[in-house]
Design a protein around this ligand. Structure first.
Ligand code: SME
Length: 151
């Protein structure tokens, strides 16, 4: 089982700069190294109304831009709630960027009641993200937010 408390402490120590670009790139690389069974981790940024633009990521080149109206990422942006999908093929408007992806977790990054962006994780393993993983990864997102200037 993944020790998310340990990962949160390690991420906290890793993010020793407050710059959003540096920290988001470091966070993706850290998660890709530390979490098993992932094929893609990255940030989508909310820099224009109703749209998500691709930010720092690890994995294959991905879809850009994504409107709020589409896909699992769009649902996370609209609802500002984490989307945890056991099997992306069961989601009618899932946007397939990498055919290796079968499960997905998308965590909104909200700062001062404003959607800054999303953290998106994809796995080749169906059901990869348990509720415990969701809570653990939300905790890592909080560590990213606490260490970064996002306003
Ligand atoms: N699958 C996502 C799109 C982003 S990629 O997974 C990197 C979606 O349906 O929104």
């Amino acid at each position: 089982m993944t020790d998310y408390a340990l990962l949160a402490r390690q991420l906290d120590a890793l993010l020793d700069d407050r710059d959003w670009l540096t920290n988001s790139a470091q966070t993706c690389a850290f998660l890709m190294q530390e979490l098993p069974a992932l094929n893609w981790v990255g940030f989508y940024l909310h820099r224009e109304p109703g749209m998500l633009g691709l930010g720092p990521f690890q994995g294959k080149p991905a879809c850009h831009p994504i409107p709020f109206s589409k896909g699992v990422c769009g649902a996370a942006a609209r609802t500002r709630e984490t989307q945890r999908i056991d099997d992306v093929h069961a989601i009618a408007d899932h946007i397939a960027c990498d055919s290796a992806s079968n499960a997905e977790l998308v965590v909104p990054v909200v700062v001062d009641d404003r959607l800054w962006g999303l953290l998106d994780l994809d796995s080749p393993r169906r059901g990869r993200f348990t509720e415990a993983d969701q809570h653990g990864i939300e905790r890592l997102v909080r560590a990213f937010v606490a260490n970064t200037d996002l306003t």
